[in-house]
Design a protein around this ligand. Structure first.
Ligand code: SF4
Length: 276
């Protein structure tokens, strides 16, 4: 079986940074170390962290205190305040690119814009961005289209992992309805490069495997992008998810990955396919 790997794969800067911050924090302390939610949306990487003594919690009530690492997605400011009140020491590993989106959204809100975040309303990054506007910003996506009035002044940012196509759709929907629209294209470059290389690869191969956590928004987006190119595509977390029947009659397989997929998981998948 021929295997082609996307040009841009593996951990992005923000994920790598958050992992390094978490590991260094654990090295320097005897206190318990927690992350609020899994540090990254990849079960294999989270398992490795647990073995180092860095444990995910889903709510502040699940731990008695200690060090709390804020993951790359960021959180609303009130979560940090509550954590401090509960006695947690905060280590903020929010990706600087996510911080920039939070800042743009806050600024737009202060300037009097009705702020729209193009993204998934339940995604932690979007919840964090909206939190930085005091809850005033609204999420917009294909299932959640806000009613826009012609007197609205709209300020728009995007979840860093959105596809450029989704942002363009949102812009064209809004711009037809208002006189003033200010957009910050906050799609992260690492995300954009992975999306573009996945798109190119999907045009060339008979089947695509996109490797990454099932909860990873950016991995799901890559699956959507490859499928939009008409390529048969499967979202897998590890080589164990592969069904050999998928490869029947196929000559070339493409492999892409999200920004939170460890290199060793990708290598395992590539080796497995090569040996089929
Ligand atoms: S995808 Fe971009 S914004 Fe998100 S963590 Fe990685 S570098 Fe940061």
């Amino acid at each position: 079986m021929n295997v082609m790997v996307a040009e841009h794969i593996g951990f992005c800067f923000g994920v790598m940074r958050a992992l390094n911050i978490a590991k260094k924090t654990k090295e320097r302390t005897d206190k318990p170390v927690f992350t609020l939610g899994p540090l990254i949306h990849n079960p294999q990487a989270v398992h490795e962290l647990e073995e180092l003594g860095i444990h995910p919690i889903n709510s502040l009530d699940e731990a008695p205190g200690g060090i709390l690492i804020i993951r790359s997605h960021g959180v609303p400011p009130d979560v940090i305040e509550k954590a401090k009140e509960k006695g947690f020491e905060i280590v903020d590993a929010t990706c600087p690119f996510v911080k920039r989106v939070q800042e743009y959204a806050r600024k737009l809100c202060e300037e009097g814009y009705r702020v729209i975040v193009v993204g998934e309303e339940n995604h932690p990054e979007v919840i964090g961005i909206i939190g930085h506007t005091g809850g005033k910003a609204e999420a917009m996506n294909k299932r959640r289209i806000p009613v826009i009035e012609d007197r609205d002044r709209i300020g728009m940012v995007a979840q860093t992992t959105q596809s450029i196509e989704n942002l363009k759709l949102a812009i064209s929907y809004v711009v037809e309805r208002v006189k003033e629209l200010k957009v910050y294209n906050t799609i992260c470059n690492a995300t954009y490069m992975r999306q573009q290389s996945t798109k190119l690869l999907a045009k060339e191969v008979d089947l695509m495997l996109v490797v990454g956590g099932k909860m990873s928004a950016n991995t799901s987006r890559l699956v959507e992008i490859a499928r939009n190119e008409g390529c048969e595509t499967y979202h897998i977390e590890t080589k164990e998810d592969i069904d050999p029947a998928w490869f029947s009659g196929k000559i070339t397989v493409g492999v892409a990955s999200g920004t939170s997929t460890p290199d060793w998981v990708i290598k395992d998948v590539v080796e497995y396919i090569k040996n089929l």
